[in-house]
Ligand binder design. Structure first.
Ligand SMILES: Cc1ncc(COP(=O)(O)OP(=O)(O)O)c(N)n1
Ligand SMILES: Cc1ncsc1CCOP(=O)(O)O
Ligand SMILES: [Mg+2]
Length: 501
């Protein structure tokens, strides 16, 4: 697949740590192709900014025209706007674009360098109000949020209020970066049209954070350009920063840039995602009972008859998924399925009906995002049942990890006829990324996995494969099950502890 084009509209940092130099490195590192619209030339190094010269509107317009004719963007990152005229020029151009033509626009409202020097002076306050409604996301740090809103930003409640203020002025979404905050946990706050989330990551002690804000916004732009949902892009971009900060070595005498290590791998880099700052700062909950890292072949079926057949054919991880809660045989099927699971020494998960699963002593429960809102997780944990959680992208993955479940389901990987899905298929590339991020944490791939696609799925490193129609709709289900067992295995090697670092 060709690299998606990302425009960086930003100032040049001749020191190579921030501005459009940081943007280009980030975009390239995450698989995009970067183009630049230089707004200002700055003279700076890792210690100080010594000169800033805004580029003329004529030159900005010439850059835009050249790129628009040949290299139309899949996303735009905006950094330093060096004058009110530049801001007005950008707002006018974005406003002219038809909605279907407008790429996502991510604005990092940088005016002051990390070394403290003011680089752009925007004085006409109505300029912001023309730009904000054109933005997909604005990414202020705490001082910028305070300056943009005139509101205090010292507590989580104040941050939520100030972000809501920016949203009420037209920004579709706001990401407040907590790097300037204090305490061992760095909290970022994301407010979208439908979600209010806190991202928590250990605050790293490195002083090498030059260009972090630029890199964050351009990472988000690149991930949106490749088609990620906003929450997923923000989460993976945060992991990219954490990975880069952890390995930053420093160049020059002052704060150096991030290390560039590509798409993040390793659970320690992934932020955990919570619905409130209080939850993000609370001590981690106890993990759910562990299950093997390799669950192997994992058929999901809708009747006791299927459970019985699959056990006889050698399957040892399986799920009873009866979607009709009024089925008069529901509880009886659950009771008998659990008894059969025990008889065969198999891992039987019950979908949705967690109270019945507890009452009758199932091996585990599988819950989706909506189920999580209503289930009592503490009760499931105390009862000793394993918990599997559905996720549909890197954002939900980071949210699920915070619950410390026994396994995390990643899907849907391919288009599926079995269930109406709320999101787009993840594909093998994102599955491989998730597996790399999870680093051995039990993970299950699900959605549209046929016998022809299993080898590709396994090549991502995932060790557990859940499927429905590949078996239940097969002409010869027993032969297909045998073939799948030969490829995927029945699972069940040593149980691993599902500890989140
Ligand atoms: C292994 C596995 N992964 C995902 C799902 C989907 O669960 P959920 O999101 O709760 O949707 P329903 O199955 O309830 O429609 C699953 N069942 N199993
Ligand atoms: C229940 C569920 N959750 C995510 S995809 C899916 C259906 C998987 O069915 P199939 O294997 O037939 O695509
Ligand atoms: Mg469910």
């Amino acid at each position: 697949m060709s690299r998606p084009i990302v425009w960086s509209l930003a100032g040049s940092d001749c020191g190579g740590g921030a501005g459009l130099q940081a943007d280009l490195l980030t975009i390239q590192d995450l698989g995009g192709h970067g183009c630049t619209l230089v707004t200002a030339i700055t003279a700076q190094n890792s210690v100080a900014v010594t000169a800033v010269a805004p580029v003329s509107l004529a030159l900005l317009e010439a850059q835009r025209t050249a790129l628009a004719e040949d290299l139309w963007p899949a996303a735009i990152k905006v950094g330093l706007l060096a004058s009110d005229e530049q801001l007005a020029w950008l707002s006018d151009w974005l406003a002219e674009l038809a909605p279907g033509q407008r790429p996502p626009v991510i604005y990092d409202p940088v005016q002051v360098a990390s070394t403290g020097q003011v680089m752009g002076r925007l004085v006409q306050s109505d300029g912001w109000d023309r730009l904000l409604p054109q933005l997909t996301l604005i990414t202020p740090n705490l001082p910028e949020l305070a300056a943009l809103t005139g509101l205090p930003v010292d507590t989580p409640e104040q941050i939520e209020r100030a972000a809501a203020e920016l949203q009420s002025r037209g920004a579709a979404a706001v990401l407040v970066k907590g790097g300037h905050g204090a305490g061992p946990i760095c909290l970022d706050y994301l407010l979208t049209s439908s979600q209010s989330l806190w991202l928590a990551a250990p605050r790293l002690t490195t002083r090498h954070g030059h260009g972090t804000g630029c890199s964050d916004a351009s990472a988000i732009a690149t991930l949106l350009a490749r088609g990620d949902a906003l929450v997923d892009a923000v989460t993976l971009a945060r992991a990219y920063l954490q990975q880069g900060l952890a390995a930053a070595e420093g160049v020059g005498q002052g704060p150096g840039p991030l290390a560039r290590l590509g798409v993040p791998h390793g659970r320690q880099h992934l932020p955990l995602v919570f619905a409130s700052a209080a939850a993000a700062l609370a001590p981690a909950s106890e993990p759910f009972a562990p299950c093997p890292a390799r669950l192997g072949l994992y058929p999901v079926v809708d009747s006791l008859a299927w459970i019985e057949r699959l056990l006889q054919w050698g399957v040892r991880t399986l799920q009873l998924r009866i979607k009709d809660p009024h089925d008069p045989t529901l509880e009886e099927q659950i009771i008998r399925a659990i008894a059969l699971g025990r008889q065969y020494g198999a891992r039987l998960f019950i979908n949705d009906y967690w109270q019945l699963a507890i009452r009758h002593g199932a091996y585990g429960v599988h819950l989706g995002q909506e189920d999580l809102e209503i289930a009592d997780l503490a009760v499931i944990r105390r009862a000793g049942l394993r918990l599997g959680v559905s996720t549909h992208g890197h954002g939900e993955l980071a949210r699920a990890l915070a619950l410390r479940p026994s396994y995390i389901a990643l899907g849907h990987i391919f288009p599926t006829q079995t269930k109406q899905m709320p999101s787009a298929p993840q594909g093998l590339k994102r599955l491989a990324e998730a597996v790399q991020l999870l680093e051995g944490y039990p993970a299950v791939a699900i959605g549209g996995i046929s016998i022809e696609r299993v080898a590709g799925v396994l090549s991502t490193g995932v060790a557990s494969v859940a499927l429905v129609s590949a078996i239940t709709q097969a002409a010869d289900p027993q032969a297909v099950t045998r073939a799948l067992l030969a490829q995927v295995g029945a699972g069940g090697e040593a149980e691993v502890s599902n500890v989140v670092c």
